[in-house]
Design a protein around this ligand. Structure first.
Ligand SMILES: [Zn+2]
Length: 71
């Protein structure tokens, strides 16, 4: 599995789950400064990793997925 696969998994997860929201840039920057990142399902992982459920971290999602790109 690659980061791109994990991002695809997360995008599919968005389709069938509600109640999630992307973190704002400040929150994301705080997580990354601490060497961690949340996943959409609240799992805590390394910023460039994905959780045991196969969901990419928000850092990966916001970096790779056009629809959620904050910049
Ligand atoms: Zn998870």
């Amino acid at each position: 599995m690659t980061g791109a696969d994990a991002v695809r998994n997360a995008l599919a997860w968005f389709e069938v789950n509600s109640g999630w929201a992307p973190p704002d840039e400040d929150t994301l920057a705080e997580w990354v400064a601490d060497g961690v990142c949340r996943c959409p399902d609240e799992c805590l992982v390394a910023p460039d990793n994905w959780c045991e459920h196969g969901l990419a971290s928000w850092w990966l999602i916001l970096d790779d997925a056009g629809p959620f790109r904050p910049r």
